[in-house]
Design a protein around this ligand. Structure first.
Ligand code: SF4
Length: 715
């Protein structure tokens, strides 16, 4: 099948090089971009940020910029990016920001600066290979079904099975995707409307590790993923995401084109995304699926050995307690990994190399890739290296268990791979924890660029040692004073920092109320006194409340309380799809939306639908978060305070993100209520956490908070 496709671009290619000396500067480009927006006005923070980026591109220093909501930070980095010779890469954490850049900010910028540059700047999106339709996979998707999905248990019905034949739902969806393949220019899943579920998409897409490579693929010349990479190589600005950036860096894939400037937006997410990219897991289902896929290429006894190792893993996982493995792999899990290691090696040996004249090189490569990954993960787990953390995880929905391994720290990895060959600008609304950038700089590996590539274990230990200073989080030492001319602070370690604040007038627009009279929060759930406090605040305003809870149980209890004692519509995360809940919260003026961690960052509701944000407890990592627990334990083992160096900064970022849901636009007003008295009373970290938040007017008096909410309700 050869669907006709036209190559698309987003403007002219970078054929006509800009001449140095006659090109406009970042300030001029920014001014043109802002002037092209109806009602657009110059924002001082935006201008300072653009100027600082140009300065750091000139000096080669890396830059950390905290830019609050409303700064207009995307134009602040995109405008100076156009002054750089060669491509610039912008990486985001979320699809929402990526879409905003590609669909709004970049086209608008390109229109505005075209007269100044004498040509239209070009841009392209770069996503992981599995985001694109794979023509080779699509060709074989019917044949794949009996192998991979006929009796797969769907996530939404744990333990259940269902027939997924060609005449069923999957068959219809795949046919729809075949039709779409004939029309689409990009093959990008995000352009498929309406979309398809993950299970269907897996049938027609190809994970990067399983791709045979364009030169050996019968569809290589027309491959959508390859075409997207070709467009990225020609573009002035390439927009990608942290996960792809991480994989590119860790696996040395060189998908992201060489560049001199990398802008990491939503940079508070970078370390976690890199850590996730370096994480691997084993499940019995994964082994079983791999064995079925490889079976046609193996002798029966080799395939049997693979299946037996999956069975052994199932037994080991059923016996092992859920949580971090602290004193070596338990015997049954070790035995399962040993069996898997031997079985995958034998299988890989017998499959041999993928050759150009193989009858089905794509399938052979797929089988090899999954076996290779299983083999690598089994060996990594058996190694039990100091720089890795292993744990047993249980999926709350399906009940399935997995054996997971992840790096203790990614600071050394970032230091080794990220900073040498480019200027990095990392920006977010939440980077200066406790008013300082050094905690984030350490997490990003910026504080001590290594002289040469350290071993992963050395990196992990060095990072742990550096975190071992208990005064780090408390801010005992002052940073280098900022240059009063531009606010840029030089760390002396090759990076600078800048806090451009926010255009919002936080002390006048919002109140931070801490319920200091409440007892310390319970281990889980919503204590009665906190529930009564919540009820009083919400009824004073008449709804319009976003409740951010630390546990599902607390969110449920809060919803039950409000539903029993008020007539307000209460929306609870999990009861409907999240985008639908957020839309109803925005549109139903007196509604309340209650939920857990994904709401802390994912809700953007400007206006008077959200005038009260309630946080039930400080969002420290729970003891059962294995990575945070392992990182804290590593600091403790070095004689430091894991709580101060690991848990407090994590809570600071999460809290700032949650609090940041309140004021999203200039006219917004409201109250953030924290029902955890420790924010006021904890001497060691309370003020550090408060300094990490926007400068709201502060009170611990409940009657003041309720009075403000009553006035808001009447206004
Ligand atoms: S090159 Fe890889 S992703 Fe592209 S069509 Fe072939 S197998 Fe699929």
């Amino acid at each position: 099948m050869t669907p006709p496709r036209t190559a698309t671009g987003t403007g002219t290619t970078r054929g006509k090089a800009r001449r140095r000396g006659d090109r406009p500067g970042g300030a001029e480009l920014l001014s043109a971009a802002v002037g092209a927006v109806p009602g657009g006005t110059a924002r001082p923070g935006q201008q300072r940020m653009a100027t600082a980026i140009e300065e750091c591109v000139r000096t080669g220093d890396h830059l950390l910029v905290q830019a609050g909501t409303g700064t207009g930070k995307s134009l602040a980095y995109l405008a100076p990016a156009l002054t750089v010779d060669g491509p610039v890469v912008v990486s985001t954490a979320t699809l929402a920001l990526q879409s905003q850049l590609v669909e709004h900010d970049l086209p608008r910028l390109a229109d505005a600066v075209e007269p100044l540059l004498g040509r239209r700047p070009t841009f392209a999106v770069l996503k992981g290979r599995h985001h694109y339709l794979c023509l080779a996979r699509l060709e074989n998707s019917t044949a794949d079904e009996p192998e991979d999905t006929l009796f797969d248990a769907p996530a939404e019905s744990p333990g259940g099975t269902r027939w997924l034949g060609a005449a069923g739902r999957l068959g219809k969806q795949v046919q729809r995707l075949r039709d779409w393949a004939l029309e689409t220019d990009t093959g990008d899943r995000d352009e498929l409307d309406p979309g398809v579920d993950d299970q269907t998409w897996r049938l027609v897409s190809m994970p990067a590790r399983e791709c045979v490579g364009a030169s050996r693929c019968p569809y290589g010349a027309e491959c959508f993923a390859e075409a997207s990479r070709a467009r990225a190589r020609e573009a002035d600005i390439v927009v990608t995401n942290h996960s792809l950036l991480a994989v590119d860096m860790l696996a040395g894939r060189h998908i992201v084109p060489p560049h001199r400037l990398l802008v990491v937006d939503e940079a508070h997410e970078l370390a976690d995304r890199v850590s996730s990219a370096a994480q691997a897991e084993l499940t019995p289902e994964l082994i079983d699926r791999s064995a079925r896929r490889a079976r046609p290429l193996l002798r029966p006894e080799t395939a049997e050995a693979l299946t037996a190792s999956g069975d052994a893993l199932a037994v080991g996982l059923a016996e092992a307690p859920v949580g971090r493995i602290t004193s070596g792999l338990p015997g049954p899990l070790r035995e399962a990994c040993t069996l898997l290691d031997a079985a995958t090696r034998t299988a890989l040996d017998s499959i041999g190399d993928v050759k150009a004249d193989d009858p089905d090189p794509v399938r052979k490569q797929q089988a090899k890739a999954v076996l290779d990954e299983l083999s690598t993960t089994a060996q990594r787990l058996l190694e039990e290296a100091e720089h890795d953390v292993a744990w047993v995880e249980r999926n709350d929905v399906t009940g399935r268990r997995a054996l997971v391994v992840a790096p203790l720290s990614v600071a050394g990895t970032l230091a080794t791979h990220l900073y040498d060959e480019r200027t990095v600008v990392a920006t977010s609304a939440t980077l200066a924890l406790g008013g300082r950038f050094d905690t984030v700089a350490r997490a990003l590996g910026l504080d001590s660029p290594p002289p040469g590539p350290p071993s992963p274990a050395a990196s992990a230990l060095a990072a742990a040692t550096r975190r071992a200073r208990p005064d780090d989080a408390a801010g005992a030492t002052a940073p280098t004073p900022p240059d009063p001319a531009d606010g840029l602070t030089d760390s002396g370690l090759g990076w600078r920092s800048l806090d451009v604040g926010s255009p919002f007038d936080y002390p006048r627009q919002g109140i931070l109320y801490v319920a200091a009279h409440l007892p310390r929060p319970a281990a889980s759930g919503l204590p009665e006194a906190a529930g009564e406090e919540l009820l009083a605040l919400v009824t004073a305003l008449g709804g319009r409340t976003l409740g951010l809870f630390s546990s599902r149980r607390a969110a449920q209890q809060a919803a039950e309380l409000l539903r029993a004692r008020t007539d307000l519509p209460v929306l609870l995360q999990g009861e409907e799809a999240l985008p639908l809940l957020v839309r109803r919260f925005r549109e139903e003026r007196s509604s309340c939306l209650f939920g857990v961690m994904s709401l802390w960052q994912g809700v953007d509701v400007p206006g008077d639908s959200c005038q009260l944000v309630v946080i039930d407890r400080l969002p420290f990592p729970r003891p059962d978060e294995p990575l945070a627990a392992a990182r804290a334990a590593a600091v403790d083992a070095q004689g430091g305070s894991g709580f101060a160096a690991v848990s407090v900064p994590i809570a600071a970022v999460r809290l700032a993100q949650g609090v940041g849901r309140l004021i999203r636009a200039n006219g917004d007003r409201g109250v953030v209520a924290v029902l955890d008295s420790r924010l006021e009373t904890a001497r060691s970290y309370g003020s550090f956490l408060r300094r990490s938040l926007p400068p709201f007017w502060y009170t611990t008096r409940p009657e003041v908070a309720r009075g403000a909410l009553t006035r808001l309700a009447a206004s």
